[in-house]
Structures are given as structure tokens and as C-alpha cells.
Design a protein around this ligand. Structure first.
Ligand code: MEV
Length: 444
């Protein structure tokens, strides 16, 4: 007998049955709800099957806008960058900053490292020195054990680069780790790394059983990649003489802009409360491209925030310098992404994004993503220290408000003409629209 609100074997139900169950149990049988869910199915059944294959227990698709930010000049090459985001202003801001810097030499980027890491954590009761003594032999066995797994990756120039033994005993009694470094070439590499690590774990256990059984007990706790890829890092930079830092705003001159901009970035370098918001602005751009190219934005975010804390305090990922009247703004962050494997080849729009970007390899994509993060950050901080963020933001958000209030084209035209754009708010729009509707109906 099933208890209300819970179910056995939900995953075995058909999609329609799943919807019916959710509607019945959680939406008071609202038939409109099932219509909403089915309205968002893909009309192409095969395509829908592809989407359903990405996850489990799917009921529908959750649409997000797919936009493009043109005019990115990165290392002297033009790009139009695909971005997936639900936040208004993000794509407009990235595009405008990209255009701004394209007239000032563009964005310069470079990859500083491509190393990925993984860990096999285990306990060993027989003492550090025994394990240390055996480790050269264990290491040889570990590498031998993955020869088949890594042969394809090796052909592409990647594979396991090193395996070391770590002792965590000072903090965790009897706990050790095999810490391995990998080059996964153009793939993000999670599957490759985890397969290698699980093989390491099995080789290690077998070695201990065969050679160390009389000296202690070894037990593997877990084998998993680390998403903290602090040596898979990319840098993006813009620079120009302060005189060229002009903005279309007569309230601020270029020197004042440069100084205020630098001060704002310095504040984010020192104050974690500001740093989180500042970095959130960077990830507005980063995540949007990571998503558009079918990469793992949770991994990128988790790693980026850990990297922002690498000094022991959470700080800005970007920094600004003014040296001999030269303004330079730099973003440095880790980005473990791929251009082959995973969703990159399965999701039709991820594939499309990579095509729009000229089929980049992973290193090129790291640079494009970092450039977008830098542009996004520049646009946000520039707005903050000049006009403030709300003016532009609310202008972009207006369309959402119009739609929420069910305004038709005529009403939108009226609102656009009569709204005081410096004081846009949901309630201001509602008041004006209500007044317009009252007026219109009394004129009928
Ligand atoms: C909003 O999504 C992002 C900003 O808050 C970033 C920032 O404050 O730098 C505008």
C-alpha cells in the first residue's frame, strides 16, 4: 500500500504516468499543470528522447534563454559567444564590454596550466614508514594497472602524469591518499579520472593483500576526482592608457573612472562580503558560456570559489592595477572544461555553441570563457561606479515585468513611452498600466 505523497517504483512509470502521479499527489489534480508540463516537451520525439537520456524521472524540459554576445576580440580573433542565462542584462552587459574592449586592443588571454587531480583515500594500520618503503613498487603497479585505460588518452598526449602518496595522519589518524595528476586533453575528464582512480584503488588493495597482509590492514575509503583544479588555470586581461578609458557619461571623466574602478576592485580584494558579489558577477558570464557549451557549471563554480579563498580569505578573482597611467584589469581563475565527450556532443545546442565558437579545443574554450567572465565583471563594476546598476538592469527587466503583467503590444508601447526610466520598479509599472487600462476602458 502506498502512503500519500510517497511511491515505490516511480522511475518505472511512463512519463505520462509520472506526471499524473505528481499532479494527483502534489498539485491537487490540477489538469492545467499536466498541460503546462507537456507543452514544454520537444515536438521532435527523438530529440525529446535525447533530453530525457541526460537525466532521470523527467517530466518536461526547463527552458532557459540561449543568447549570443558578439564583438569579442580575443587574442586578435573575433568571437560571438553563446550564453545561456535567465538573468536579464547579463548578455547585453557582456556584449557591450566586449565591444568596448575590442576598440582598445581586445582581450588578451593565456592558459597557465591544465592539470587535473584525483584522490584515492584509504586507511592503513601498519605505520607510515612501511607504506613509504613499499610505495615505489606500489606506484609501478598502479601505473601498470591502468595502461589499457589510458592508452587512448596517451595517444592524444594526455594521461596520468604522476601519483604520490600523502599521509593525512596528523589530522586524521591512519588516513592516507594516493594523489594523482592527469592531463585529460580536450575532455573535462571526469570519467577517465574516476576510472583510473578506481583501478588504482583495486591495484592498491591487491598489493596490500599480497605483500603487506602481515604488517597491517589497508582499506580503501573512496576514489574520486578533485574538482579543485587549482593548476588548471586561465588568465584574461584588458589594458589601455587611462586616457582611452572613456565612457558615454559626462558625470565621470576617464581618470576618475580608472581610480574609482580600481578602488572598487581593491575593495573586492579585501572584503569578502563584496568579493562574493563581485565574483558572482564574474560567474554570470562564466556560467552562461559553461552552460551553453554543455560543461559542468557546478564543478566550475565550486572550484572558482575555493580558488578565490586560496590565501585563507575569500577574495576577488580579478584585480586592477594602474601603473604609469596604464589601466590593467586581469581575471585569473581555474576552469576545468571540455570540448569533447559528455554533453558537448550530445546536446544539440552545446554542439551548436562549439560550432559558433569555431570548434575550439579545451584550452581555447578556457580562454573564451575567461574573456567572457572578465567582460562581465568589467561591465558590472563600470556600471556600479558610474550610473549604478539599477538603471540599466531595470530597463532590461522591463520586458519581464510587462509580460508578468500581461501587457499587450499597445500597452507596452504606451509604457515604454511614459515610464520614467530612472525610477522603474514593478509597482511603478503596475500603477501606470492600471491607470492606462482604467482610462482606456472608460473611453470605450
Ligand atoms: C548581478 O547579477 C551581478 C552584480 O551584483 C555584480 C557586482 O556587483 O559586481 C552586478
Amino acid at each position: 500500500m502506498s502512503i500519500k505523497g510517497s511511491i515505490q517504483g516511480f522511475s518505472k512509470l511512463s512519463k505520462k504516468e509520472k506526471i499524473a502521479w505528481v499532479v494527483d499527489q502534489y498539485l491537487n489534480g490540477d489538469t492545467q499543470a499536466s498541460e503546462v508540463l507537456s507543452q514544454h516537451w520537444n515536438v521532435d520525439e527523438k530529440m525529446q528522447q535525447t533530453f530525457d537520456g541526460f537525466s532521470e524521472n523527467t517530466l518536461s524540459n526547463y527552458h532557459l534563454p540561449y543568447g549570443i554576445a558578439p564583438n569579442f576580440l580575443i587574442n586578435n580573433q573575433w568571437y560571438a559567444v553563446p550564453m545561456v542565462t535567465e538573468e536579464s542584462s547579463v548578455v547585453a552587459a557582456a556584449s557591450s564590454a566586449a565591444k568596448y574592449w575590442s576598440k582598445r586592443g581586445g582581450i588578451q588571454t593565456k592558459v597557465l596550466g591544465v592539470e587535473k587531480k584525483g584522490q584515492v583515500s584509504f586507511t592503513w594500520s601498519g605505520g607510515h614508514s612501511t607504506l613509504k618503503e613499499h610505495f615505489p613498487q606500489i606506484r609501478t603497479e598502479l601505473l601498470k594497472g591502468i595502461q589499457l585505460i589510458e592508452s587512448n588518452m596517451q595517444k592524444r598526449g594526455g594521461g596520468v602524469k604522476d601519483v604520490v602518496l600523502l599521509y593525512l595522519g596528523e589530522q586524521l589518524h591512519d588516513v592516507y591518499q594516493l594523489k594523482a595528476t592527469f592531463d585529460t586533453c580536450d575532455s573535462m575528464g571526469a570519467n577517465f579520472i574516476n576510472t583510473c582512480l578506481e583501478q588504482f584503488a583495486s591495484t592498491l588493495s591487491n598489493y596490500a593483500q599480497a605483500n603487506l597482509a602481515d604488517q597491517g590492514r589497508l582499506e580503501v575509503i573512496m576514489s574520486i576526482l578533485s574538482n579543485y583544479t587549482d593548476n588548471c588555470v586561465v588568465e584574461a586581461r584588458v589594458s589601455c592608457p587611462i586616457d582611452e578609458l572613456k565612457v558615454n557619461n559626462d558625470r565621470i571623466n576617464h581618470k576618475n573612472l580608472a581610480n574609482k574602478f580600481k578602488k572598487a576592485v581593491d575593495i573586492a580584494c579585501h572584503d569578502s562580503y563584496r568579493a562574493v558579489t563581485h565574483n558572482k558577477g564574474i560567474f554570470n558570464g562564466i556560467d552562461a558560456v559553461v552552460l551553453a557549451t554543455g560543461n559542468d557549471f557546478r564543478a566550475v563554480e565550486a572550484c572558482g570559489h575555493a580558488y578565490a579563498s586560496r590565501t585563507g580569505k575569500y577574495r576577488s578573482l580579478s584585480e586592477c592595477t594602474i601603473h604609469e597611467d596604464q589601466f590593467t584589469f586581469t581575471l585569473t581563475l581555474p576552469l576545468a572544461i571540455g570540448t569533447v565527450g559528455g554533453l558537448t556532443s550530445l546536446h544539440p545546442l552545446a554542439k551548436m555553441s562549439l560550432n559558433i565558437l569555431g570548434k575550439p579545443n579545451a584550452k581555447e574554450l578556457m580562454q573564451i570563457i575567461a574573456a567572457t567572465g572578465l567582460a562581465q565583471n568589467f561591465a558590472a563594476v563600470k556600471s556600479l561606479v558610474t550610473t549604478g546598476i539599477q538603471q540599466g538592469h531595470m530597463k532590461m527587466h522591463l520586458q519581464n515585468i510587462f509580460n508578468q503583467l500581461g501587457a499587450d503590444d499597445e500597452e507596452k508601447a504606451y509604457l515604454n513611452e511614459h515610464l520614467d526610466t530612472s525610477k522603474v520598479s514593478h509597482s511603478a509599472v503596475r500603477q501606470l498600466l492600471d491607470a492606462y487600462r482604467t482610462e482606456s476602458s472608460s473611453n470605450v
